[in-house]
Write a protein that binds this ligand. Structure first.
Ligand code: B1M
Length: 211
């Protein structure tokens, strides 16, 4: 069994120290960080997600798996983020109000930092006003919103409307993403860009900041 399978398997069991050890082993073997992320950590989290959906595991198991994933990502971080890149623009990022999922948002932040962007991370459960305030204070070019629940994705519409009704509308672009988000939803609410994954989000953010 490969070390990537081990990572997936330990993550599903929520064994953070084992996940960390295997991620380190994979790095030592010279496996690219993006493969460790996708074929190890994300593979394991997908299995957990499916089991969660089928009521085969419950919130506590998902939480410990998520913690194990975060520990693995921490080790990968220096390999995903290029060092010493000059800042090319500021992005304000957060998970929308009512939503506590942050693993995907953290990945997006990391990838954006890797492109040399300054990222102000507002965390989770972020209300519209906090996004607006942070964008003003930091002269941000992008507000980036993540949502993982169908019940919270509507918050993104409120953010778009608030920005469009303010002086920020000519200077700030709104990027959205997260598992339930689609291009059709983006078009429907009038957000500027939808991207399906963290790497594409970082490419698009750089494109916006350097346009
Ligand atoms: Co939650 N949860 N959860 N959960 N959880 C989901 C999202 C769910 C799909 C599970 C399921 O039923 N299969 C389901 C939502 C159903 C729906 O709305 N349709 C669900 C539910 C129901 C819930 C609760 C309501 C459960 C409950 O309490 N009964 C509850 C809600 C709490 C709240 O937020 N208010 C809840 C709680 C939790 C935990 C706290 C236990 C934990 C979160 C821990 C944490 O984030 N720190 C958790 C987890 C871990 C999941 C699953 C299993 C995994 C999510 C994840 O981290 N995936 C998830 C099932 C699943 O998605 N398979 C599930 C890995 C991550 C890298 O992917 O975040 O999608 P993701 O990010 C991707 C892309 O979406 C994209 O980039 C990333 C990859 O490159 N992306 C962006 C994300 N943000 C972006 C922003 C961008 C661009 C791209 O631009 C700005």
């Amino acid at each position: 069994m490969s070390v990537l399978n081990d990572i997936s398997s330990w993550l599903q069991q929520g064994r953070a120290p084992k996940v960390k050890a295997c991620v380190q082993q994979a790095l030592d073997e010279g496996i690219p960080a993006s493969d460790i992320l996708e074929q190890g950590l994300l593979d394991g989290m997908n299995v957990i997600g499916q089991k969660f959906k089928n009521n085969e595991v419950f919130v506590p198991e998902v939480l410990i798996a998520a913690r194990a994933m975060t520990k693995g990502i921490e080790l990968l971080r220096p390999h995903l983020v290029a060092d010493g890149v000059e800042e090319k623009g500021t992005v304000v990022i957060g998970t929308v109000k009512g939503d506590l999922h942050d693993i995907g948002k953290n990945l997006v932040r990391m990838m954006m930092e890797g492109k040399g962007l300054k990222v102000i991370d507002l965390g989770v459960d972020v209300p519209v006003e906090k996004f607006m305030e942070a964008a003003r204070e930091n002269d941000a070019k992008i507000i980036a919103c993540s949502a993982l629940l169908t019940t919270t994705m509507g918050e993104m519409r409120d953010i778009v409307e608030a920005v469009q009704a303010s002086e920020l509308k000519d200077n700030v672009k709104i990027m959205i993403g997260g598992a339930p988000i689609t291009q059709a939803f983006c078009d429907q609410i009038g957000a500027d860009r939808y991207t399906p994954d963290a790497a594409t989000a970082a490419d698009v953010a750089l494109e916006i900041c350097t346009a």
